[in-house]
Design a protein around this ligand. Structure first.
Ligand code: SF4
Ligand code: SF4
Length: 176
């Protein structure tokens, strides 16, 4: 099977340094507003801070993949004596909660690493050095890439229907 090179982009999170200032949420939501920089609503941010000031908990979590169905079981973590809420570490946009959904349309949000910029803006604007950006190259099998694309498209078709997806792609092509 043919192998292709894939760029892996990672943001390392040193959660112990986070003080919950939420600058990352502000900059991400402003960057992703339409038009860009026109508004700021942290509910639209692709990074969200789990905050429990009384328990001294500040945990940055990035929006990951959309999932059409909620899990049958839930995870609950206790770390260093601090108990985190159920699903606190999960990155999915999921039917079980409002996190990582566009507040007006309910469409799933996913971190795109600020595609088109020199680097992730949340990393640049976090003044406490919580977030560190890294890039590396890995060889992956071409078929695996195609499978991932198929899974992603199937989940969108399940949720929005084929016609809506076609309309959206047509709209995006016109913009390009
Ligand atoms: S900007 Fe940095 S310190 Fe502030 S909430 Fe985000 S990750 Fe935490
Ligand atoms: S990398 Fe960009 S899109 Fe992802 S959470 Fe940070 S600011 Fe938002």
């Amino acid at each position: 099977m043919a192998k292709i090179k894939k760029k892996i982009r990672t943001i390392k999170v040193d959660a112990d340094r986070c003080n919950g200032c939420r600058m990352c949420e502000v900059i991400c939501s402003a960057y992703h507003s339409e038009p860009k920089w026109s508004s700021n609503n942290p509910a639209r941010s692709r990074i969200q801070i789990i905050r429990h000031p009384l328990k001294d908990i500040w945990l940055p979590v990035f929006a990951g993949e959309y999932t059409p169905a909620e899990c049958m079981g839930r995870d609950k973590y206790t770390i260093d004596g601090k108990e985190y809420e159920e699903c606190a570490f999960c990155r999915a946009s999921c039917p079980a909660r409002d996190r990582f959904k566009e507040p007006d349309s309910g469409l799933p949000l996913k971190c795109d690493m600020c595609e088109g910029e020199d680097g992730p803006l949340c990393v640049e604007w976090c003044l406490n050095d919580v977030l560190t950006y890294e890039e590396r190259e890995e060889e992956v099998e071409e078929e695996l890439e195609q499978q991932q694309l198929d899974i992603g498209l199937e989940s969108l078709v399940d949720k929005y229907g084929l016609d809506k997806i076609k309309e959206t792609i047509a709209r995006m092509s016109i913009k390009d």
